[in-house]
Write a protein that binds this ligand. Structure first.
Ligand SMILES: [Zn+2]
Length: 136
């Protein structure tokens, strides 16, 4: 796979809206990144403090690690993209902060505390990056 942001398939605004999750569901079923989580992601991606804020909030569907019980966060999701998928950090930063609207499949998330990979695939919603359940 080529990690060229220019080559990533994007969707238009109206297509992206189909993947938007309602505020009610986000508040009920999703974990929103707090300041500590955002700082952690910024450090992982080599971004300045506060760089992620304009594109937030960042949501990951609530799931606890099946081994240690840690509540998985967007920073675990990002770390999995870097370590498991091997995405360069500049590329991940572009996906989160770039102006493309992208819909990708749900993803396994590895717990950053104990290293266990989630059994299910997590859904997420953030900035211009949404989750398309129909993609396998
Ligand atoms: Zn764990």
């Amino acid at each position: 796979m080529d990690y060229d942001y220019e080559l990533i398939e994007s969707v238009n605004d109206s297509e992206f809206e189909k993947f938007r999750i309602s505020e009610e569901i986000l508040e009920r079923d999703y974990a929103r990144s707090d300041d500590a989580d955002l700082h952690r992601i910024e450090r992982l991606l080599g971004l300045e403090d506060g760089a992620l804020r304009p594109r937030g909030p960042y949501y990951l569907k609530i799931e606890d690690c099946r081994t240690c019980g840690k509540a998985l966060q967007v920073s675990d999701f990002v770390l999995t993209a870097l370590n498991d998928a091997g995405h360069p950090r500049e590329f991940v930063a572009q996906v989160l902060l770039g102006d493309k609207k992208i819909a990708q499949k749900p993803r396994h998330v590895r717990c950053s505390s104990c290293g266990t990979l989630s059994s299910g695939r997590a859904q997420y919603f953030m900035g211009g990056y949404a989750c398309d359940d129909q993609k396998a």
